[in-house]
Write a protein that binds this ligand. Structure first.
Ligand code: PLP
Length: 388
């Protein structure tokens, strides 16, 4: 069965596991790249049993096995589930709770997630209280004030890149009997392994770095020591809700993950170089990047993130919103588009895309730094960011 996929290769380095893509032992031909598993239904034996252990592909597609196994091994988890999107994975976690349960969520987080918590989860009866991402003392007060089922962490948090100390929050939350979920979309298992730091569950928008080529929308969860009943409930919600990935997307995801380590390291090195260069640019008010020593979360990030600080950074412009939008329009290599974590660099004026209830500063441009040559990216930024 696809749950609790065995990870016999877990003694290997993550870069080895991801490069191999779980393609060992592939009978009958010894394929190096596995074929795409398309069957939606599976045949019973004469006695009515299912010899292959699968009934129907909505929840049991063999097409998910490789991506789930690789991700599970990379995160050091005990089981993994793929979903049709990052949000489908996230909403399944909260749907597995009961009305009346309390969730503590960070004030800075992916805006559509905040919107779902406010506009769907809250009317449905989930109580959501908000903590300041980097303020564990504030979180401790909230935990002491009322019983809490779940603490949600997003680190670094999109699009302002606040850093949360996963180990400290997990310690606090566990002392209060609360579960900890980490949206590790931006850090990826290359840079951070939240389960080893005490989290119960890791979430990825696999649309971003895991796939890495702007051609798949997907999500994933990886369970650590989450109670079995809750994990089975999440799995049931995926199966009954039907938010599942197509086989081709699952196959593409494995293909993307084969270069995950190279891509994340290259993007992180590029972003660090650009972040340093932009701090002294006259058109730039502030560079938001956890890799910079002046970033409020730098010390925690330096401890928690190994091998880089991700390819995501934001700049706030001296000339405000007008200057930000104009600069985005002048960029050539940085393409103006939403999303992040791909091989090509993207730029976005987040406040415009998030709409009137956006909490994002209006002078902010989000840069998803890709794996192009850093000199070319820097030259593009130099010609686009004009001091006013
Ligand atoms: N989490 C983070 C940090 C994101 O940036 C996003 C999307 O941008 C999501 C979750 C949602 O993922 P998806 O777009 O795959 O549903």
């Amino acid at each position: 069965m696809p749950t609790d996929v065995a990870t016999p290769l877990s003694a290997l380095h993550g870069s080895t596991l991801s490069a191999q893509g779980n393609s060992q032992h592939c009978p009958p031909f010894g394929d190096i790249v596995r074929p795409i598993h398309l069957s939606t239904t599976f045949e019973r034996a004469a006695d009515g049993s299912y010899p292959g252990g699968r009934t129907y592909a909505r929840d049991q597609s063999p097409a998910y096995d490789d991506a789930e196994a690789v991700l599970c091994a990379l995160e050091g988890g005990r089981a993994s589930l793929l979903f049709a999107s990052g949000l489908a994975a996230a909403t399944s976690v909260v749907q597995a709770l009961a009305p009346g349960d309390r969730v503590l969520a960070p004030r800075a987080c992916y805006w559509a997630w905040r919107k779902w918590l406010l506009e769907v989860a809250t009317p449905w009866g989930i109580r959501v209280d908000w903590y300041d991402n980097a303020d564990t003392a504030h979180l401790a007060l909230l935990l002491a004030a009322a019983p809490t089922r779940l603490v949600w962490i997003e680190t670094p948090a999109n699009p302002t890149w606040e850093v949360t100390d996963i180990a400290e929050v997990a310690h606090l939350a566990r002392a209060h009997g609360a579960l900890v979920v980490v949206d590790s979309t931006v850090a990826t298992p290359v840079l951070t392994r939240p389960l080893a730091l005490g989290a119960h569950l890791v979430l990825h928008s696999a649309t971003k770095y895991l796939n890495g080529h702007s051609d798949v929308v997907a999500g994933a969860l990886v369970a650590g020591d989450l109670p079995d009943a809750l994990w089975m409930r999440i799995r049931q919600i995926r199966g009954l809700g039907g938010a599942v990935l197509g086989p081709f997307e699952a196959w593409l995801l494995v293909r993307g993950m084969r270069t995950l380590y190279l891509r994340v390291h290259a993007a992180s090195a590029n972003a660090l170089r650009l972040a340093h260069a932009l701090t002294t640019h006259p058109a730039v008010l502030e560079v938001l990047y956890p890799g910079l020593p002046q970033h409020a979360g730098h010390a925690i990030a330096a401890r928690q993130m190994q091998g880089g600080f991700s390819g995501m950074l934001s700049v706030r412009m001296v000339g405000g919103e007008t200057a930000a939008i104009a600069a985005a329009g002048r960029l050539r290599l940085f393409r103006q588009a939403t999303s992040l974590g791909s091989v090509e660099s993207l730029v976005e004026h987040r406040a415009s895309v998030e709409g009137p209830d956006s909490m994002c500063p209006r002078d902010l441009l989000r840069l998803s730094v890709g794996i192009e040559h850093a000199d070319d990216l820097l030259a593009d930024l130099q010609q686009a960011l004009i001091a006013t």
